[in-house]
Design a protein around this ligand. Structure first.
Ligand SMILES: Nc1ncnc2c1ncn2[C@@H]1O[C@H](COP(=O)(O)OP(=O)(O)OP(=O)(O)O)[C@@H](O)[C@H]1O
Ligand SMILES: [Mg+2]
Length: 485
């Protein structure tokens, strides 16, 4: 996985994401085109079936119980035949349709009359329905009824497939093919879909055409699952890449931090050992048992160094205890203010040496929490030590403690270099040290364990820690612990 850690990782991931997006778009585009063709085909079929049903319904009176009649007029063959017949509307041709029930059969006859010269005026176009002796006005009324039935059938089916609100129709005269009802010619020209012209009965008066101004919304509606799954896939791909890259970056930083920790730790452990060895050697070589004052001085130095060594070992042991979930708290009623006072007095020398100004005004009443005194004083120690370590010269540290009925709030506010908001989470990670901050402040020693320990201990006590800080404006670490009333 070396390639992911080098500088090609990000361009490569961006390239892969762009290629995935491009492939998805190309695929969806192809699919969109195919779906457009399919939608048009479906619309055509829908109008054809509606015309077939409409024709059947206009002819059915008197034949309601004939299954054969129904099968014939609803067959695809009849639909084709009728379309072919309708399309043969040449000039000088007239047609005639006749249906009669004689005995046990229905006789349907369709005849074409082709004039052998110029037809008489009355026979220019198609001649309609001779058999029943109805007059033209009655035929037109019945045609109107049939047309409405055809249109409702079409609308109903359009609604079933999820469109229809914008669909309209055009009616053409059967004789001269001229538009005489419905939408305008301009709309027909601009429409995304225009069906063939269908007759909806056998009166040979009007031809129905479905006009759909736009099919895109219908196509997109049909593609909705593909669109959603494609987008989801892209989002997931990007999310996975981001996740992996972040994970790898964190691991890399963790590995670097561990290396830094090991070298720091080795140094921190070696220094007291070297100092103590040197002190012991000096005592022995110079026979200092005869000089009790100097001997005591050297022993004090050794004791201090061993104490430091012990603290370091404790830090590492705590680490292990946290990892193995072996950290057990020895809780008792603990007065936070008293604990703070103790830590501050034990650090007085350190505070004086660093020239820091510390402000802590305890409240008159004690502030009780149920906590482990050893770990909680360690927490206070770590936060004060950090303020001194990173605050620079003349740091001012204000400690305050607020006891509410449910919660105790302890704040450690310094006027040091502050912490950029991008590090607010990370400073609590194990081994993490802000790179520039440590470089700025004269190579401050540290292991990056302090704040991680603080956070874990506070959380183990059922509390939480918040950091309020901006770069250049000091830091405020606020601890919230459940109060004991
Ligand atoms: N008061 C503060 N002001 C500015 N930066 C801080 C402050 N406290 C902590 N930091 C930053 O957060 C980092 C993490 O602090 P943390 O206490 O966890 O580790 P450390 O001080 O480096 O090591 P350790 O406490 O184990 O000796 C520090 O390296 C420092 O960069
Ligand atoms: Mg620290």
């Amino acid at each position: 996985m070396k390639w992911l850690s080098n500088r090609y990782a990000y361009p490569m991931v961006i390239f892969v994401i762009i290629v995935s997006i491009a492939l998805q778009i190309a695929w969806l585009n192809q699919f969109f085109k195919a779906q457009r063709v399919q939608v048009k085909h479906d619309l055509e079929e829908l109008v054809g079936q509606a015309a077939e049903m409409s024709t059947y319904l206009s002819l059915v009176p008197g034949h309601e119980h004939s299954v054969n009649f129904r099968n014939f007029f609803l067959s695809p063959e009849w639909l084709q035949f009728k379309q072919a017949y309708n399309n043969m509307r040449f000039n000088h041709v007239s047609s005639r349709f006749n249906s009669d029930i004689i005995g046990d059969s229905t006789f349907v006859s369709i005849s074409l009359r082709i004039f052998n010269g110029k037809p008489p005026k009355a026979h220019r176009g198609h001649i309609v329905h001779y058999n029943t002796g109805t007059i033209m006005a009655q035929e037109q009324d019945s045609d109107r009824v049939d047309f409405h039935r055809m249109d409702s059938l079409v609308q109903m089916r359009l609604a079933q497939i999820g469109t229809g609100d914008k669909a309209t129709y055009a009616i053409y005269s059967y004789d001269d093919k001229k538009l005489f009802d419905g939408t305008s010619l301009k709309n027909i020209k601009n429409a995304a879909f225009t069906s063939q012209q269908y007759s909806y009965n056998l009166r040979f008066l009007g031809m129905y055409q479905l006009i759909v101004p736009s099919v895109n919304s219908l196509v997109l509606y049909r593609m909705r699952f593909y669109l959603v799954s494609s987008s989801l896939m892209l989002i997931l791909t990007v999310a996975v890449f981001v996740f992996i890259l972040r994970l790898m970056r964190n691991q890399r930083q963790y590995a670097q931090a561990r290396i830094a920790f090991t070298s720091n730790m080795t140094h921190e452990l070696k220094t007291p050992v070297a100092t103590v060895s040197l002190a012991l050697e000096t005592i022995m070589e110079n026979e200092l048992e005869n000089d009790p004052r100097t001997l005591r001085e050297y022993l004090e130095i050794s004791r201090g160094e061993l104490k430091r060594l012990n603290l370091m070992i404790d830090k590492v042991l705590n680490l292990e205890h946290f990892d193995n979930n072996q950290m057990k708290l020895r809780t008792e009623l603990f007065d936070v203010q008293q604990g703070l006072n103790e830590v501050i007095s034990s650090m007085r020398l350190q505070l004086e040496n660093s020239g820091a100004q510390l402000q802590f005004l305890p409240m008159a009443l004690p502030c009780f929490v149920s906590g482990d005194p050893v770990h909680l004083t360690n927490v206070f120690y770590n936060l004060i030590e950090n303020a001194l370590k990173y605050g620079g010269d003349n740091v001012k540290l204000a400690i305050s403690c607020n006891c509410a009925p449910n919660e105790v709030t302890i704040s450690f506010k310094d006027n040091g270099p502050g912490i950029d908001s991008s590090y607010h989470q990370r400073v609590f990670e194990r081994f993490f040290r802000i790179p520039s901050a440590t470089a700025d402040i004269h190579n401050v020693k540290g292991t990056g364990l302090g704040l991680n320990y603080v956070k874990q201990i506070v959380e183990k006590h059922g509390g939480y820690i918040k950091l309020e800080s901006e770069k250049g404006r000091g830091s405020n670490f606020i601890i919230y612990l459940p109060a004991v009333s």
